[in-house]
Design a protein around this ligand. Sequence first.
Ligand SMILES: [Zn+2]
Ligand SMILES: [Zn+2]
Length: 340
Amino acid sequence: MKAAILKAPEQIEIEETVTPKPGQDEILIRVRAVGICGSEIHAYDGLHPRRQPPVVLGHEFAGDIVAVGPQVKAYQLEDRVTVMPQNACGKCDPCRHGWTNMCDFKKLLGSTSWPGAFAEFVVASQDTAYRLEPSLNYIHGALVEPLAVGVHAVRQGKVKLGDRVAVLGAGPIGILSMLCAREAGATELIAADLYDFNLAAARRFGADCIVNSTTEALVSKVTAQYGQNAVDVAIIAAGAPALLDQAFEIVRKKGSIVLVAIFNHPVNIDIEKSRLKEQDIIASSTYLHQDYLSALGLLLSKSKKIESIVTHRVPFERIDDTIRMVKHRTEDVIKAIIEY
Ligand SMILES: [Zn+2]
Ligand SMILES: [Zn+2]
């Protein structure tokens, strides 16, 4: 099969490699669509601790089952599936608490121990697979993973009916988190980003107030529009430390701040501002089984809207160019999908 191998930082080569064979309880999937995620850019630069070259990246994907192991009962050939790209051990302390997203021994798709979907075929344990309903296409399937990140973040933040929610960072995760916040009952949504292109998408996803942080001061704009301490929940969906300080200011007393972005470096923040307001600072890391089910459910009713975050659909051969384009943002992009 063909696989796009990250040989060294910033060096991807498409090569002919051995097609993997499914083990006892595994399925072999012919990849049809795979998304490029922010964490892939991180890995592409050689900065992801668990995705070091040489490695085949790609963890947001969907495809067709083309072979099954002898112990696979739940799936058949030609089933269309997506996969949760983390396989928990089920036995460690976090797993026994039900926190499989934080399994001490989890295998990550797109790492050396589980080669990813920037390839023609992927093997996966049947326990990680989710069947796609007939109305969902492969692109929808590839969007389940980032959508589940948003579902989990909104659950972690306990967003409820009538809440005013600020999403700081309107990339794919921020935009999908907005959609989930609205579904959870948020009645007002604020979105901030550096790019008008992303903010226009945030508008389409229901933002009532948008802030371009390169030209507008977030705190004063939000305060002018809604008053002081007016936000119930802020979701930090971009790894910029300044957003934390801004969230401490706009979020109300006893309000919540959800951290979903990846922060690459230790941050310097004025935590006292938050302490005085008794705010909850809540972390959110990937997703659980129930988040995947909710994401699949949301896709059934909102597939057109969710698919609209896809700005680029490109063939497998252009994977390297496309990763570079996303990394350097040489074009306006929200989500790029590779199709096979
Ligand atoms: Zn992802
Ligand atoms: Zn575990």
